[in-house]
Design a protein around this ligand. Structure first.
Ligand SMILES: *Cc1c(COP(=O)(O)O)cnc(C)c1O
Length: 397
């Protein structure tokens, strides 16, 4: 079965893992430090902190930004994975969602403005947290201007967008000056995979230091409160002593995961150009097909091409969504849906701030939305198989 994504690997991953295993340092070691250095170079940002997943990266950022004893709100696009929504609630914020733009599937600035005009007066602290959906950078200039006008911070769910650029030849996604931080994921479906893992790209070294401490139980070896336990008057700090001022957690990425990530990151430019070539062929073949719209902005959009979203016109095809899915499955292709919208998930649908939001574009688009196969190791034959199925489907409309 041809699925929407599949990891690509060769001997390099095995060599890097073997080095870590033989070193005996399986966590907190040099492979992790190297992975963070190379990510910092690739993303051209001052600070990168790796964490155990994209979700825990988002959660750590929201937790550390949260001002206690005040009302907080996180706003994300409803067409997003549930990570931002869940992390917001865990970190003590309320949640609201915006609609999307039809042509990009990204957060719609007009919808954000509407949500903030309505809700901002009720909250002391707001974080606007859009996703760069499918790897296509969202309109961060417009979104950040709206956020700023309402005193809100902006952070980026960049879990689809490693290797994307804000504009062609421009800076990589992850270091936008209007954003407090960007979260990345190294789940095996993502273009840089590590098994599990995530990272925060940050501009502020003080915030990066707090994330580093938080991922390791907030242990520190400075500014001791209990001097008698911490320091020997003649010899200095006691080597065994650490201080925990507030509860942290274990959100560390192991060196075994970092080793895989290093091999994958080195291959990112190659992977991106392969996915770009596949998208070009998809685009050329599907431009004429009735009944299906591929959401593939041209290369001037700087997309990382993580997903290839397709919107099927169920009315024109005379099919249900399930019938479209089965049509492809019979031809050996397993479609996937990214995502069931957040405002349709029982965990979030009944939250007051979510219930007050409207999703006219998303509710229309999601009727026929699926992701088509797109990944580094996808062969021309794989692509032919999908294009034949698309052609057969279009004949029915
Ligand atoms: C994958 C993903 C996440 C979560 O990343 P994990 O590493 O799986 O925790 C969050 N947001 C988006 C948009 C994602 O695609």
């Amino acid at each position: 079965m041809l699925t929407y994504s599949r990891p690509f690997w060769d001997e390099t991953e095995l060599l890097e893992i073997r080095k870590v295993i033989e070193s005996g340092t399986w966590t907190g070691g040099p492979a992790l430090a190297r992975f963070e250095d190379e990510l910092r170079d690739a993303l051209r940002v001052p600070e990168v902190v790796c964490l155990s997943s994209g979700t825990t990266a988002i959660q750590a950022l929201l937790t550390l930004l949260r001002r206690p004893e005040s009302s907080g709100l996180v706003v994300t696009s409803s067409l997003n994975f549930v990570a931002v929504a869940s992390a917001a609630l865990h970190a003590g914020y309320d949640l609201a969602c915006t609609d999307i733009e039809r042509d990009t599937l990204n957060m719609a600035p007009g919808s954000l403005a509407e949500v903030l005009e309505r809700l901002a007066p009720r909250y002391a602290q707001i974080v606007v947290f859009p996703v760069h959906f499918a790897g296509l950078p969202c309109d961060i200039a417009a979104l950040s201007a709206i956020a700023r006008a309402h005193g809100a911070l902006l952070a980026e769910d960049a879990c689809h967008a490693i290797g994307a650029a804000y504009h062609p030849g421009g800076p990589p996604v992850g270091g936008h000056p209007a954003s407090v931080g960007a979260a990345f994921s190294f789940h095996p479906t993502k273009p840089v995979a590590a098994g599990e893992g995530g990272a925060l790209a940050l501009a502020d070294p003080a915030l990066a230091g707090r994330v580093r401490r938080y991922r390791n139980h907030n242990m520190s070896r400075e500014d001791f409160l209990d001097l008698e336990a911490a320091v020997d008057p003649g010899l200095g700090p006691n080597p065994w002593y650490y201080q925990v001022l507030a509860p942290g957690s274990n959100l560390r990425m192991s060196d075994l995961h970092a080793a895989v990530g290093l091999a994958q990151l080195a291959r990112l430019p190659l992977s991106l150009s392969r996915r770009r070539a596949l998208v070009d062929r998809y685009r050329a073949a599907a431009a004429e097909l009735p009944g299906v719209r591929l959401v593939t902005p041209d290369d001037s959009a700087g997309s990382a091409h993580h997903l290839l979203p397709a919107v099927f016109d169920l009315d024109a095809l005379g099919m249900t969504k399930r019938e479209v899915f089965e049509f492809f499955r019979r031809r050996g292709i397993l479609l996937q849906l990214h995502y069931t919208p957040i405002h349709c998930q029982p965990a979030f649908a009944s939250l007051p701030a979510v219930r007050g939001c409207a999703f006219p574009v998303l509710d229309e688009v999601r009727r026929g939305l699926f992701s088509l196969p797109l990944f580094h190791g996808m062969t021309d034959r794989d692509l032919d198989q999908v294009l034949r199925a698309l052609g057969d489907l279009a004949e029915r409309s």
